[in-house]
Design a protein around this ligand. Structure first.
Ligand SMILES: *Cc1c(COP(=O)(O)O)cnc(C)c1O
Length: 236
């Protein structure tokens, strides 16, 4: 595909996703401006992100630090809000603290402490979501709901971080009804936390396959890759 054709496809895909968000919001009686679309651009080249930006997209989610930093350098003149959504190795926290506005995948105190200590002083506090292993899968990152209140209380004390909300990647489910259960649990957990942390306003949940279920349960930020940029091919 030529770059031009590819750019047109991305622009069409984006407007399709926006329309789906609008329809889901209507179905669940929510205002469409309460759901932010995060374009997940892992493995995709800088030109693909630029095409999405030209079609009005401003929030981009990335999983791999080195890959993202290369794209950020190429796209540095564009007003993009960068979100880190991948697993975090503690030796990578400095670059994350310096180069992103949001981190959705914080799952331990040590990582939060380092992000706080390494956030440059000239930048506003880093927006943080705690990743919850909502389906309690042994292989998945994230904390349990039992561990959540203590970690939230600790992070809320850190001056260079703003605790914004919760993120989860539930196990795949066959039906819409099954998809909604873990999202409902995340929404309930946020509601409880808000009593102590009223600034928490973000539910980062919903991907290409379960966006409607997530919006039904109060998602405020859907993380969409495939439906915007097409399938990903990973190097073998
Ligand atoms: C890749 C990824 C997404 C996007 O998934 P799609 O199914 O392509 O929409 C969302 N969130 C996280 C954390 C991801 O790693």
């Amino acid at each position: 595909m030529t770059d031009q054709a590819n750019a047109e496809t991305i622009a069409e895909n984006l407007s399709g996703v926006r329309e789906q968000i609008r329809q889901s919001c209507e179905r669940y009686q929510r205002s469409p401006d309460t759901v932010t679309l995060l374009a997940v651009s892992k493995t995709k080249p800088a030109e693909a992100l630029k095409a999405a930006w030209q079609a009005g997209q401003r929030d981009f989610g990335e999983n791999y630090l080195q890959e993202s930093l290369e794209k950020q350098e190429i796209l540095k003149d564009l007003d993009i809000c960068w979100h880190f959504i991948g697993p975090i190795q503690s030796n990578k926290t400095r670059a994350i603290a310096e180069s992103f506005q949001w981190v959705h995948s914080v799952d331990r105190l040590k990582v939060a402490q380092r992000l706080n200590d390494q956030r440059p002083e000239h930048l506003p506090p880093l927006n943080i979501c705690l990743q919850i292993n909502i389906s309690e899968e042994a292989t998945k990152s994230g904390i349990t709901l039992t561990e959540l209140p203590e970690l939230a209380a600790q992070i809320a004390q850190m001056p260079n971080l703003t605790l914004r909300g919760l993120m989860a990647i539930p196990a795949p489910a066959d039906t819409q009804q099954e998809q909604r259960k873990p999202f409902a649990a995340l929404q309930a957990a946020l509601f409880e936390l808000k009593a102590d942390h009223p600034q928490m306003d973000t539910l980062s949940m919903g991907m290409t396959g379960d966006m409607d279920a997530a919006i039904a349960e109060g998602s405020t930020m859907v993380r969409i890759g495939t439906a915007i940029f097409g399938a990903r091919s990973y190097p073998a």
